[in-house]
Write a protein that binds this ligand. Sequence first.
Ligand code: THU
Length: 142
Amino acid sequence: MSPRTWPSFPVDAETLLEASRQGRSRAYAPYSGFKVGAAVLASDGSIHTGCNVENASFGLTVCAERIALFSALSAGAGKPLAVAVAGKEGIPCFPCGACLQVLAEFNGKMAIVLDNGGRPVVYGLEELLPLRFDLGRHRHES
Ligand code: THU
């Protein structure tokens, strides 16, 4: 797994990472105490933030990445190109497997931007989740 260069997107990686930090400031995490923010860059150039939202029934918690993604999709912002994730400052917060699967549904090659010592580091979704579940592969089975 190796960091990538940032493609020619309408917004730079540092701006997207900063937006994810702003998302983090709105996290609701009274149970774990671990705040996460995310920011999705869509193909129309807009940025959509999210934060983790926990619940007293722990399993109902939703991660920041999925909230940011669903916000972008529900706004009709186009294809998600990249997502930045901010956990504890300076420490890369890799998305969980569930979020990677959900992100891959809309762009299997999405750029993932993480905070590495205060600077953006970029990965490709396909390297973090190389073999995702793909229903299309099973449709023609008898
Ligand atoms: N969390 C996220 O928001 N994104 C991830 O990719 C991993 C974990 C949240 C869920 C929970 O509120 C807290 O972090 C601790 O697991």
